[in-house]
Design a protein around this ligand. Structure first.
Ligand code: NAG
Ligand code: NAG
Ligand code: NAG
Ligand code: NAG
Ligand code: NAG
Length: 559
């Protein structure tokens, strides 16, 4: 038992070591130590002066009664771009607290997640919010909004301050007020809004996405703004932990939702009337969303491993559990139309400086996201054009949208809001709804190979590297010469760190990079037990090279 505890604490320190080197906005680190990033001062880039101009600037919300946990004003950081009509609103992550004990603890140890009192005037955030074209080739020029997480409620709370309670939880209000306040700052004339977020912020995206679209399109009548969501590392599974844990995800969310007076999307809530907290879990919430969503999730997400309390794999049971975790996650993406899921042990990606290094089949997450965004805009444009030329383009798309919503059921995400209601379309939609998301996915993934579709739609069929075709098969026949744009990218190899593009893990003691096997050895792992678990002898294990060993470990998932 003591050994286990040691392993887990080592594991956590490894994860933290990785985090701090990755320069991410992490859960564990105090804000000012790791989010103020310096850009590469490349001489050829010559942007030294721009750096000062381009920092994100603090703006407090106009509604002073919408606050952080401690009653301090909530707000956001903004960098406007004169030349772009694209906006990104990014919700920061950082776990949550769910009862008086955990919230008191958070106040003592992670106060920066509960108050705005020490917010600096400016911030620099990397990855998708970087103004540096090298670090952020597709969105460097967009209007950037970083919303610090100071409500500890997965961005879902609607609980104002009260005399009887120490903290308020107003995350849901914060998101909407940010949107409202951005409208006069330029959002009203934008064409695209990407609501993005990592970790608890990724969950926050899913929870708030439809409400944000509703606010812009219906309440504010800004129907020309195309709203989309990107959820990074916020897609969790409500499964049974490996060992009893002091961070039980399910129990915590259940309690938390009550404490925060958590607000989840209406239609999901209707689906889970008795257990509305289930709507914090992506795969349960997703089917009821109407706004387009791109999901990024590491197959071996550290936060998931943490709540599952599985620790570093030592025993056969742990290896198996971790394998199943990857499989379970892969299966939970069965009906998701846009997903990127590499086989790595890591957490969050979007605001990491080196986010472009993360690849599946030689496509980086940035490229995949860009491709998805382009494609969904093109589809929208085509429809607008079609409707215009057919003379059915109404002046008040808002009205049509309302009509549609009343009729609408599930799986409408790919139905353009501008499409008017005519009998034929209605029927088609009704049929679509009945058949569920699968149709939609098929349409969405029309350019993907049959093979991939089949594999991803049948959970019982193994999706191993072996029975998959080579990557060339995935090339779209429709657009020769253009790089293929697949919206579903699930890493085929099933073992953590099985492919080259995973973020490197770092030895917590020396800071040196290490691969997974070295990592295991550095834990003082008894390689005998590994050999046992794998059913081979020690000599074979020692003589095996890393790729061979990884290969073997990978195949363990296929029995
Ligand atoms: C940097 O920019 C300044 C002013 O725009 C220009 O004069 C200078 O030559 C540039 N330096 C490099 C290395 O490109
Ligand atoms: C400020 O926000 C609170 C909470 O959402 C709301 O009740 C109130 O009406 C808002 N005030 C203004 C002036 O918008
Ligand atoms: C949006 O565009 C209109 C028309 O060009 C302009 O009058 C308005 O000031 C713009 N709004 C913002 C916030 O820039
Ligand atoms: C995907 O959709 C099918 C048909 O609606 C459903 O039976 C299945 O449970 C869904 N899978 C997931 C993971 O939600
Ligand atoms: C590893 O990555 C390469 C390049 O991205 C890819 O071609 C290969 O299929 C991947 N291997 C597995 C087992 O997923």
């Amino acid at each position: 038992m003591r050994f286990f505890a040691q392993m887990i604490s080592l594991w956590i320190s490894v994860c933290m070591a990785f985090h701090s080197t990755a320069g991410e906005v992490t859960v564990e680190e105090p804000i000012d130590s790791n989010t103020i990033q310096r850009f590469n001062q490349n001489p050829e880039q010559n942007d030294t002066k721009d750096n000062e101009v381009k920092a994100l600037k603090k703006v407090f919300l106009s509604n002073r009664s919408i606050t952080c946990n401690d009653g301090s004003q909530a707000g956001f950081y903004l960098r406007k771009s004169q030349s772009s009509k694209k906006w990104i609103i990014f919700l920061e992550g950082g776990w949550y607290c769910y009862d008086s004990h955990t919230c008191r603890n958070r106040w003592l140890k992670q106060r920066h997640f509960m108050t705005s009192s020490k917010w600096p005037e400016t911030r620099d955030v990397g990855g998708i919010l970087s103004p540096n074209p090298k670090e952020n080739p597709f969105w460097h020029n967009a209007n950037h909004v970083f919303v610090p997480y100071c409500t500890s409620d997965s961005w879902s709370g609607t609980k104002p301050p009260s005399p009887s309670q120490l903290f308020s939880f107003m995350g849901s209000f914060v998101v909407r007020q940010v949107v409202r306040d951005l409208v006069p700052l330029g959002l009203e004339n934008s064409t695209d809004l990407l609501l993005a977020g990592s970790s608890a912020g990724g969950t926050g995206v899913m929870i708030n996405l439809d409400y944000v679209k509703e606010l812009l399109h219906e309440e504010l009548k800004l129907t020309h703004i195309n709203v989309r969501g990107v959820s990074d590392s916020g897609w969790f599974l409500d499964r049974t932990p490996y060992m009893p844990t002091n961070k039980p995800a399910v129990e915590a969310i259940r309690k938390g939702m009550e404490l925060w007076r958590g607000k989840v999307p209406r239609r999901c809530r209707e689906e889970y009337l008795n257990e509305p907290w289930r709507c914090y879990f992506g795969y349960r919430l997703y089917p009821s969303l109407t706004t387009e969503l791109f999901v990024f999730q590491w197959l071996f997400d550290e936060a998931q491993m943490d709540v599952d309390n599985v620790g570093a794999p030592v025993t056969k049971q742990q290896w198996d559990y971790i394998h199943k975790m990857g499989d379970g996650l892969r299966q939970s993406f069965e009906n998701v139309s846009a997903v990127f899921a590499p086989s790595c042990i890591s957490h969050a990606v979007l605001t990491k400086k080196d986010w472009q290094k993360v690849e599946i089949d030689d496509t980086s997450i940035a490229e995949a996201l860009h491709c998805w965004e382009q494609k969904t805009s093109r589809r929208r444009l085509r429809r607008l054009k079609r409707l215009k030329s057919a003379g059915r383009f109404a002046d008040s798309p808002g009205g049509m949208r309302k009509k549609k919503r009343r009729n609408g059921g599930m799986g409408l995400r790919n139905t353009p809001p501008e499409v008017n209601d005519v009998g034929k379309k209605k029927r088609r939609r009704a049929r679509k709804n009945r058949r569920g998301r699968k149709d939609k996915d098929r349409a969405h993934a029309h350019s993907q190979s049959q093979n991939e579709n089949r594999a991803t739609h049948h959970p019982n069929k193994r999706t191993s590297a072996q029975d998959r075709p080579a990557r060339s098969v995935q090339q779209s026949p429709r657009r020769p010469g253009k790089r293929h744009c697949s919206h579903r990218r699930l890493e085929r190899c099933s073992w953590p760190q099985c492919n080259h593009s995973c973020p490197r893990l770092h030895n917590p003691f020396t800071g040196e990079e290490m691969d997974f096997i070295e990592l295991l050895k550095s834990f003082g792992l008894d390689m005998n037990s590994v050999a046992d678990a794998l059913g081979i002898d020690m000599q074979t294990l020692n003589n095996m090279d890393h790729s061979e060993l990884l290969n073997l470990l990978t195949q363990q998932s296929n029995y």
